[in-house]
Design a protein around this ligand. Sequence first.
Ligand code: 5GP
Length: 188
Amino acid sequence: MGSPSTPGRLTVISGPSGVGKGTLVDALLQRHPSLWLSVSATTRTPRPGEIDGVTYRFLDRERFETQVQAGGFLEWAKFAGNLYGTPRGPVEEHLAQGHPVLLEIELEGARQVRRSFPAGFQVFIKPPSFEELERRIRGRGTELEEAIQRRLARAHQELEAETEFDAVLVNGDLEQAISSLEALLNLG
Ligand code: 5GP
C-alpha cells in the first residue's frame, strides 16, 4: 500500500466532468513520456473512438463487481450511473519501480486515494465558470440529456470540494493550464 516511503510519486488529477482533465493529461503525457497514466476500468458504454484497454478497460457490471470483491481496485466509485475504478496492480508496480503515476479520477475516488496514499499530490481542475463547463459537456455531443443532467448535478457537488485539494488550477486557456500543471508537478 502507499506510504510516504513509496518510491514513485502518485498524482491525482480530479475535477468535474467536461472540465478538460483528459485533454490536459494527454498533453502532459506527450511532453513528459516518463509519466505513466493508469487505465481505469468502467462499466460505461464506449464512446466512438474509445479503445478497450487503451482509453478504458470496458467491463460489464458483473466483472467489475467481481474485481471489487477481489480487492482489485485501488479505489472505485459510481459516477452518473456507471462504475469506474483504478486497477490496483499496475499502479503499485509502477510506483515500486519509481515511476511517477497519474490518476485521472472523480471526487469520491480522489478521497479514497487520499486516505490510502496520504503522500500523494492531488490537483483539482476547475472551469472558468459553470456556464462554460455546461457548454463543454454539451459541446462534446456524446451524452443523452439525462446523462448530461446527471453530470451537471455532480459537477455542482464536485466544485464545492476544491479546498480539499493540494492545488487548484483553472482550465481556461489550455496552454496556460498545461504550463501551470507542469510547474505544480515540477516537470521541467
Ligand atoms: P467519463 O465517463 O467522462 O469518461 O468519466 C466520468 C468521470 O469518471 C470523470 O470525472 C473521470 O475522471 C472519472 N473517472 C475515470 N476513471 C476513473 C476511475 O478509475 N475512478 C474514479 N473514481 N473516477 C474515474
